[in-house]
Design a protein around this ligand. Structure first.
Ligand code: SF4
Length: 318
């Protein structure tokens, strides 16, 4: 909990005490606005191949030593260039750019909560989906409010270890697990990303425990993305994650019973494809963020008819 003096910001840097009130000074002031393929979030089971308007403001409530967006997540709003883009502007831009969804991402929507909430509510009235890309470090009550206007999330499960969260992120594990369960209870489509960092969390026992927890609490159809680490921010002395470890972790996850397990940040492997868990047909073939083939028919395997969980587009989904 932050104790904030008048004129000072809290730990996340996004709220400042002004005249005895806490103000979200980044409201309507994104420092990052991009149009991404939805695969970049990564979301592999939500409208494949579509464009998503992605926004972020400065600040974060965690301080991960490997943060790839540290130049904005660990910065105050005064030290980054921001645009003036209120919720109406975000929604207009998304529609003008033929985006199907808005993503609250790069840093964490928990930090620009009020802005994300208002923008999401407006976006929904215009037929856009809302996606959070988050570390899931949020209390239940505000999360439930956000869930009411959110369709899908990719949530980091950084390691199935409280020690990792404390030492690497200055956080704890339990709020993240609670967040995942709450999102699922509220019917959000949830995908999970686990970034594997050599010597920190490249432990197959941790991987197995995490996969069993996902299976029990979120279900077998929850996509899990093992992501390859590259040296970044305060962890620059380690090599990228060996691809062999990521492939072994994926195999363990499949054997434990998860149906859709991917390896990210590694180009040109079969581990980017969506495979029918019933008969092994390649349903969606990807390379990086590109869709090479999409064989889904009304959200089902074209050969055996297996219903593939996700939010699919007009041509491939229910
Ligand atoms: S939660 Fe995400 S944005 Fe925040 S510091 Fe960690 S990796 Fe960076």
């Amino acid at each position: 909990m932050c104790r904030i003096q008048e004129g000072q910001s809290g730990d996340c840097r996004a709220r400042i005490a002004i005249d005895g009130e806490l103000r979200a000074v980044t409201y309507g002031r994104p420092c990052a606005v991009h149009i991404d393929p939805i695969e970049k979030k990564p979301l592999f089971h939500v409208m494949p191949g579509t464009r998503i308007l992605s926004i972020a403001t400065a600040g974060c409530n965690l301080h991960c030593k490997h943060c790839q967006n540290w130049t904005i997540s660990q910065a105050g709003p005064e030290s980054v260039r921001s645009l003036d883009l209120p919720p109406e502007g975000v929604v207009s831009l998304a529609l003008a750019q033929q985006c199907r969804a808005v993503a609250y991402t790069y840093t964490d929507p928990v930090i620009f909560y009020e802005y994300a909430l208002d923008t999401s509510a407006l976006a929904r009235t215009k037929g856009l989906l809302n996606v959070t890309v988050t570390a899931g470090y949020i209390n239940r009550e505000p999360l439930e409010m956000l869930c009411k206007v959110t369709d899908a999330s990719n949530t980091d499960l950084k390691a199935f270890s409280d020690r990792f969260y404390q030492e690497v992120c200055q956080g704890t594990l339990k709020p993240v697990l609670d967040c995942l369960v709450t999102m699922r209870e509220h019917g959000l489509w949830v995908e999970v990303t686990n970034l594997v960092i050599p010597t920190f969390n490249d432990d197959l026992d941790l991987v197995r425990r995490m996969c069993r927890w996902i299976l029990r609490n979120l279900g077998e159809s929850t996509p899990l993305h093992f992501s390859r680490f590259h040296p970044m921010y305060k962890i620059r002395n380690l090599p990228p994650t060996p691809v062999e470890f990521l492939m072994t972790a994926r195999q363990e996850a499949l054997e434990i019973g998860l149906h859709y397990v991917y390896v990210g940040n590694v180009l040109g492997t079969d581990a980017e494809n969506t495979i029918c868990p019933s008969d092994g047909t390649v349903l969606i073939r990807r390379r990086g963020f590109s869709i090479l083939e999409n064989n889904l028919v009304n959200g089902r395997c074209p050969k055996c008819g297996h219903r593939v969980a996700g939010i699919w587009g007009k041509n491939d989904g229910a």
